[in-house]
Design a protein around this ligand. Structure first.
Ligand SMILES: N[C@@H](CCC(=O)N[C@@H](CS)C(=O)NCC(=O)O)C(=O)O
Length: 226
């Protein structure tokens, strides 16, 4: 492997770790996987990511890289000819980066707020997450990426990985609020179905019942802390 062996420090339910696993899978790169206990982080993780102390961390030879979007860019730039993830056109790259930021600054936090709340506050959080999801739905049907199967075109691309690896939590939200939300977001739902049907995605996604149990446990901890 160019520049040394790859080792990924992760946690099975983390959507950020999933991004890296999917990118490595699409690129056909082998790596050693180290499952972290986030309640008792290893000395190696704390040494490799002293700033954020979070997973994922990718170790390439003796070089640690942290922050999932940074890791994806690193992987794509280091192995550019295997399944390219970032488009080459500057306008399209800007659109990809814009919606990546939207995912981490607006959509993700609004979905997390659903898990942290109950009753009236939870209904408000579902409303806000719904508004954000509608923006993404409109982008898919009318925006820069309209008419495409994936954000990346006919194949998965950088933005599909970034948004898709958190989007399977959509089903967890549906389960939690007890509603089928697919009709409210038709373009998003179509894209998500295509994403989840990809063989590489199916290989890395955790089973939804295991994820649901995990989210219920995390939600209980968050509510106990509130
Ligand atoms: N912005 C980071 C977020 C990573 C993140 O939040 N990781 C969580 C797991 S999903 C974590 O390691 N949490 C441990 C902690 O907060 O102590 C990225 O994109 O990699």
């Amino acid at each position: 492997m160019d520049g040394g062996e790859l080792k990924l420090y992760g946690m099975w339910a983390s959507p950020y770790v999933l991004r890296v696993r999917l990118a490595l899978k699409l690129k056909g790169l082998d790596y050693e996987y180290v499952e972290e206990n986030l309640a008792n982080k290893s000395a190696a993780l704390l040494r490799l990511n002293p700033v954020h102390r979070k997973v994922p961390v990718l170790l390439h030879g003796d070089r640690p890289i942290a922050e999932s979007a940074v890791i994806l860019e690193y992987i794509d730039e280091t192995w550019p000819r295997r399944f390219p993830l970032m488009p080459t056109d500057p306008r399209e790259r800007a659109a990809v980066r814009f919606w990546c930021h939207f995912g981490s600054d607006k959509l993700g936090p609004s979905v997390m707020a659903i898990f942290r709340s109950t009753g009236e506050a939870q209904r408000a959080a579902v409303g806000e997450a719904g508004e954000n999801l509608k923006l993404l739905d409109i982008e898919l049907s009318e925006g820069f990426f309209r008419g495409r199967k994936f954000f990346g075109g006919e194949k998965l691309g950088f933005l599909d990985i970034v948004l898709g690896c958190g989007s399977h939590w959509f089903h967890v939200v549906e389960e939690m609020v007890g509603e089928d939300l697919s009709e409210d977001f038709p373009s998003f739902t179509r894209w998500l179905r295509e994403f989840e049907a990809q063989p590489e995605v199916r290989e890395v996604l955790p089973p939804s019942d295991r994820l649901l149990d995990y989210v219920r446990g995390v939600r209980q901890c968050l509510l106990n802390q509130a």
